[in-house]
Structure formats: C-alpha cells, structure tokens
Design a binder for this molecule. Structure first.
Ligand SMILES: [Zn+2]
Length: 313
C-alpha cells in the first residue's frame, strides 16, 4: 500500500485553558467527555490494526498518545477533542457579540466525493480554493468564514442491491456577511455547486439560531471528531423522498479516514476566510462594513494574544 504523504502532527495550539465563558466542556450539554474520546481512540487503534495494518507509523504514534505527550494527529480522537475546545474558545467571541448576524452554511460539493478506498485522492486545498473562487467570481470580499471540512461515508443501494460507498467531504461554516450580500452569497455557492444525482441539496444556508452558550454547539460541530455513515435508500416513484439514515461508521472506513486525516495539515481541516490562525489565535483579517465587528475584532485580538497555558491535559 502506497503511503506517499507523511504523517503530520498539527501545531501545538491547544494546550491552553479556554476562558470560562467559552469553555465548551462546562457549558454545552452532550459535549464529548474525556472518557468517550479515550474509548474511541482505543477502538480506532483496533480498526487500524485490522484494516490498515501497514500503516504502522500511524498505529505507533496514536498508541503513544498520552498526557503531556500528545500525538497531535488529526485522526486522534483525544487530540481532536482538544482541538474542538480550542476552536470553540477562539470562534465564540466573534459570534457571541452579534449572533444574529451570522449564518450557518453547509456545502456539499459533488466534485470532491470519492469512492471508498480512494479518500487519499481528495485534496482539501482544492475544495477550499473552489470556495474562495466562488466568492471572488461574485465580487464578495467583506465576509468572515470560520468552519471546517467534515467527512461522511454515504452508502447507497443500487438497483442490483450492491451497496455503493462514497466519501462525501463537505463543509460546515459559520459565515458573517452583510444582509445586502446574503443573496449574492447564495448565488455564488449555488452556481458553483450544482445539484446532481449524488448530491441533491449541495447548498444549505440558514440564519444562525443559537445564542448564549448554545452558540458553542454549531462551532464545536464544525470540527466534530466523531464521523458517521449515512444510508441513502434507493429512490422509487412510491418513495421519492425516503429518509436518509445516520449510522455508525464501519471500522474499515474509520481506519481509512484516520489514515487520511493523519496526513493533513491543520489548514486542510479548518476553513478560515476573512480570518486566520496566528499561532494559537484565530484573528479577523477581513474588514466588514459593520462598525461593531471591527471593534470586536480589536478586543478579540488583544484577548487572544494573552492566551493562557495549561499543560495538565
Ligand atoms: Zn493524540
């Protein structure tokens, strides 16, 4: 098995203590516990040994991940739980000031779907560049996007009843754009992401409804560390809209995804447009035509420059 790209540990960005008011562990009901992440880590190792036994470097590095010696791989459930805590603490201040001015956007670009066994061919940077191009081509500049690429395994039954398995990389994005430009944003994405037989609803844009601590839910969902499969029932005239069913991802798919994610850079997972990561901070780089945002951005930068270390995890 060819393993061309090497394994990459992401930068040591999340060993710090989040602010109390944006600590997702304290305020979000149902946020994954440490034990849950440890359990998933254990079963992932089992799946890797069974389905990707030649990926011994990954297996070794994952199995050595422990307190004060984290592997920092994007396939590690324990390290990714820390990434979620970091991401929530960084993005929440941007949203909490003006939650009603943000949109929740899901994009499913069909051209980036891949059959099972070939996820390594997916290039996250191409997907992100497609988004940037869509915005550029419609003249959208004043926009802030904080989100990430997510992964799903879609299982479809064909007429012959042979299941077809497809990786469906998609984006969950929190977007701030002026209300005047919202319809332009919809046009930009819809033009670039047409619906198809594989993806019937590639663009979903809705106002962000959460506020208070609940804004942590969509933020943490962007970088969720547990991935699912979705069973798509065959369409028939009698059942034109049969329901898709979410199910636990099979071990062999979890292993393939882990092997892929371990070779990703952090910028291959996070989608930051009009915002950027500067060491351990996410800071705004866009200038919005909204006074409040600029004021918030200034406060935000001064806060995040003073991040606090916590090496106890
Ligand atoms: Zn780890």
């Amino acid at each position: 098995m060819a393993k061309s790209p090497c394994i990459r540990a992401i930068p040591q960005i999340f060993n710090y203590k989040p602010r109390n008011e944006h600590d997702v562990r304290k305020h979000l009901t149902g946020f994954e516990g440490k034990e849950e992440a440890e359990k998933r880590h254990k079963s992932l190792l089992k799946f890797l040994k069974k389905y990707q036994p030649l990926d011994s470097d990954l297996i070794t590095r994952l199995s050595r991940c422990r307190r004060n010696h984290r592997c920092r791989l994007q396939s590690c459930p324990m390290c990714m739980r820390r990434l979620r805590i970091w991401f929530c603490d960084q993005v929440a201040p941007l949203i909490s000031a003006v939650p009603r001015e943000w949109l929740w956007v899901t994009l499913i670009p069909e051209r980036h779907c891949h059959p099972e066994g070939s996820l390594a061919e997916f290039k996250p940077q191409n997907l992100i560049e497609d988004l940037r191009r869509a915005l550029r081509s419609h003249g959208i500049k004043d926009i802030v996007i904080c989100g990430a690429i997510d992964y799903c395994m879609e299982i479809r039954k064909t007429v012959e009843f042979t299941p077809l398995y497809h990786w469906v990389p998609h984006c969950h994005l929190l977007v701030r754009i002026s209300s005047k430009q919202q319809s332009l944003l919809r046009t930009a994405f819809s033009t670039n992401l047409p619906s198809s037989t594989l993806v019937d609803r590639p663009v979903h844009i809705a106002p962000l409804k959460s506020d208070g601590f609940e804004i942590l839910r969509p933020i943490s969902y962007c970088v969720k560390a547990r991935f699912n499969s979705v069973y798509v029932p065959p369409r028939s005239e009698s059942k034109p809209k049969a329901k898709r069913k979410k199910q636990r991802m099979h071990g062999r798919h979890q292993a393939e995804l882990a092997s892929f994610l371990a070779r990703n850079k952090l910028k291959d997972r996070l989608v930051l447009i009009g915002a950027k990561r500067v060491q351990k901070s996410i800071v705004l780089s866009a200038r919005l035509h909204v006074r409040k945002t600029n004021a918030r951005a200034t406060n935000f930068i001064s806060y995040t420059d003073a991040f606090r270390f916590d090496t106890s995890w």
